[in-house]
Design a protein around this ligand. Structure first.
Ligand SMILES: NC(=O)c1ccc[n+]([C@@H]2O[C@H](COP(=O)([O-])OP(=O)(O)OC[C@H]3O[C@@H](n4cnc5c(N)ncnc54)[C@H](O)[C@@H]3O)[C@@H](O)[C@H]2O)c1
Length: 403
């Protein structure tokens, strides 16, 4: 058996998230040979290049280098289209951070271009390839909760542009103020990808909400621009409903206008699975089912009989074990999976249809917010193939991607 040839990759966009990406791409995944990076701000690419021992390059140098097969696009959402398009035109496979683009027309153009050139167009988030989400998928697919009926996600966050947190570090919250970068896309993207991973494609959606308060002002007295106005140019709060092809129904609530709360659960005929924030690769998975013995309705909680089991009157909670590897911060695992897909002639798990469908779900909910009508989805996608269960750790776990 021949060892797969490494895939030479370069990163465009050396901002906040590039550090963990490059750390992982440079050392965690043996299939990747990270050779260079670029940014509109050369000091940023210089710093990353020095830190990871790779070449500081310009976008053009990356696109013109025949050895580089794959571009990891880590620019902010408004630049995703331009950078991904240039890379596809240069014959590179592309992996782009969430969401694919800012408009559906741009996403459609990129998909057509990738298809016509027979290139991969993968889109993050890749957190659903983490051990927590692969385990959740296996539990649901194996029937642990019975037949899945519904799914529900709430994510409200103090990304809000007029919180003191934003005020003291506005650069950190740059793109949530801009088209395609608000919380419905930014954090919503994680939940929607995971909903598709768990339950498959969506048929139609509805929504309420939008950009609830475009005119804001800096509210922290410590900030030099205290009390100065600014405009938020993206949607900040959406509530939506989803009808899946398999008959399940779902609800979402994503907001940066209200303070922090998150919950994510899938309910079945036999039990519910309470999950964790999909910004992470693993976390608690809790099965909630009826207590095994008939319990009086108002009985006091019974002390736990076993570790990881909590009886709450008529409901028992079980903490479920992780069945897969990749439990820590694995940003870049989607690119590694794409590299194996390239070498092994299979579909990447972050395949373009998935990213496009996820983007269209959020777009459709926003369309419904505007029109008051049900939005019928025009795209569909296959669920990405599950990674095989494994207890392997550290460098050995990479074998689970080589399928
Ligand atoms: N920040 C996070 O925690 C986080 C987490 C996961 C995913 N993401 C995603 O990663 C992407 C980047 O996020 P970020 O927080 O690192 O953003 P950022 O604004 O910190 O960095 C983006 C970088 O891209 C560069 N850039 C923009 N246009 C460019 C172009 N045409 N050519 C070269 N460089 C260009 C900018 O100069 C900047 O340095 C976004 O799509 C975001 O959704 C971010």
């Amino acid at each position: 058996m021949a060892k797969p040839r490494k895939v030479k990759a370069a990163v465009i966009g050396c901002g906040t998230i590039s550090n963990i990406y490059m750390e992982n791409l440079a050392s965690k995944f043996s299939i990747i040979d990270l050779v260079g990076c670029s940014d509109l701000i050369p000091e940023r690419s210089a710093a990353r290049a020095q830190k990871f021992g790779i070449r500081q390059m310009t976008n053009e140098e990356i696109l013109n280098d025949p050895e580089i097969e794959v571009v990891m696009n880590l620019t902010f959402p408004e630049a995703h289209f331009e950078v991904s398009k240039a890379a596809l035109l240069a014959g590179k496979h592309v992996c782009v951070e969430k969401m694919m683009t800012v408009t559906l027309a741009e996403a459609t153009e990129l998909m057509d271009l990738a298809r016509s050139k027979n290139l991969f167009l993968c889109t993050a988030p890749d957190t659903f390839l983490g051990g927590g989400w692969q385990s959740a998928r296996k539990y649901v697919d194996d029937g642990l909760i019975g037949r899945p009926v519904s799914i529900s996600a709430v994510c409200t966050t103090n990304y809000s542009p007029n919180t003191p947190m934003f005020d003291v570090n506005p650069d950190f919250f740059f793109f949530p103020l801009h088209p395609g970068g608000g919380v419905p896309y930014d954090l919503g993207g994680y939940y929607i990808h995971n909903m598709i991973n768990l339950l498959g494609p969506v048929k139609r959606v509805t929504g309420f909400g939008g950009n609830l308060e475009p005119n804001r002002f800096f509210s922290n007295p410590h900030h030099p621009w205290y009390k100065e106005p600014f405009i938020v140019n993206t949607e900040t709060t959406i509530a939506g409903t989803l009808e899946f092809e398999n008959g399940c129904v779902g609800t979402i609530l994503f907001s940066s206008d209200s303070s922090n709360f998150d919950s994510f659960s899938v309910q079945g005929t036999d039990a519910s699975l309470v999950m964790f924030h999909p910004n992470f690769y693993s976390g608690d998975l809790t099965l909630r089912r009826l207590s095994s013995a008939p319990a009086p309705m108002f009985a006091p909680p019974t002390p736990p009989a076993q570790q990881n089991v909590i009886v709450r009157g008529v409901v028992t909670e079980h903490k479920l074990p992780m069945l897969h590897g990749y439990l820590d911060n694995n940003r870049g695992i989607g690119l590694a999976d794409m590299a194996y897909a390239l070498r092994n002639g299979r579909k990447p798990r972050l395949h373009g249809e998935l990213g496009y469908h996820a983007f269209e779900i959020i777009y459709g909910i926003l369309e419904s917010c505007r029109t008051g009508q049900v939005y019928e989805m025009t795209s569909r996608c296959e669920r990405p193939a599950m990674i095989r269960a494994s207890a392997l750790v550290a460098t050995a776990q990479e074998i689970t991607l080589d399928d």
